[in-house]
Design a binder for this molecule. Structure first.
Ligand code: KIV
Length: 279
């Protein structure tokens, strides 16, 4: 199914766990085959995030993701990668009800995609789910701090770690996720100093997004990072390219050439001389 079917050539969840305190772990989201192929040589971990619901499918929140959607994109990313540790997000509604529901969904994701691990959102409240998936032998990544699946409940995207009570809750969440057996944990949208302290406090790698350079690794949504995002770009995003500009410019030039009949030119049509015709 994958570009290189030898499972040993991939970075495993255990490899990621062992990188605590080492060279920062490079992570990006990926949702499609061609993008996975482009990113695979450069990253340690590809996350098939439920952000796919917003980024590629136009939903208002990540609550638009389904198990089927995550599996289809997980399969595409596995086909397009050979080296990276591929983690697939568990969508809202696929794990919260019970540890048994979480295990059934995680098993389906791993069996149908061949990915290395799954990720779910939640700390203390989801520790039983993490422990149950881990007990099945499926590596799990946690996700604490700002949890996009809870934005409706939280009344928006709110940065965490601003109050004493919330900081204490974050420490409890980090400890619970670690104790339940997660191999690493995403810390999203959290005050810099708090994310740095959490990183020093737990023994599993922390992967920051809107968190701290002191985290054990960093992740960004690929479309944000390459300048493809249509809506507001969050403060924590650094854009390393302007693909919207590139695509928009290409579309404008193509449209002008079609209207003026400059395209297709001689080079892009089939002529009567068979040897000159290349498909
Ligand atoms: O869904 C996603 O893309 C994520 C990352 C932002 C960590 O969970």
């Amino acid at each position: 199914m994958t570009r290189d079917s030898s499972a040993d050539s991939r970075i495993s969840a255990e490899d990621i766990r062992r990188r605590k305190g080492g060279v920062p772990i490079v992570c990006l989201t990926a949702y499609t085959y061609p993008v996975a192929r482009l990113l695979d040589p450069h990253v340690d971990l590809l996350l098939v995030g439920d952000s796919v619901a917003m980024v590629l499918h136009g939903h208002a929140t990540t609550l638009g993701a389904s198990l089927e959607m995550m599996i289809a994109h997980g399969q595409a990313v596995m086909r397009g990668s050979a080296k990276a540790c591929v983690v697939v997000d568990m969508p809202a509604g696929s794990y919260e009800a019970s540890p048994a529901q979480a295990v059934a969904s995680a098993r389906r994701i791993v069996e149908e995609t061949g990915c290395q691990a799954v990720k779910l959102e939640g700390g203390v409240g989801m520790a039983a789910q993490i422990a149950a998936i881990f007990a099945e032998g499926i590596p799990v990544m946690g996700h604490i701090g700002l949890q996009p699946q809870s934005v409706e409940k939280d009344g928006g995207y709110k940065i965490k770690g601003r109050t004493k009570d919330n900081i204490a809750a974050l420490f409890r969440d980090a400890e619970a996720v670690e104790k339940a057996g997660a191999f690493s944990v995403v810390i999203e949208g959290t005050m810099e100093a708090v994310a740095a302290k959490l990183t020093r406090h737990i023994s599993i790698p922390t992967i920051g997004i809107g968190a701290s350079a002191d985290c054990d690794g960093q992740i960004l949504v690929i479309d944000d990072m390459v300048g493809m995002t249509v809506d507001r770009v969050p403060k924590f995003v650094k854009q390393y390219a302007d693909l919207r500009g590139v695509i928009s410019d290409a579309a404008a030039r193509y449209a002008a050439e079609v209207r003026s009949r400059a395209f297709p030119s001689h080079d892009h049509v089939f002529t009567t001389t068979p040897r000159k015709d290349k498909t």
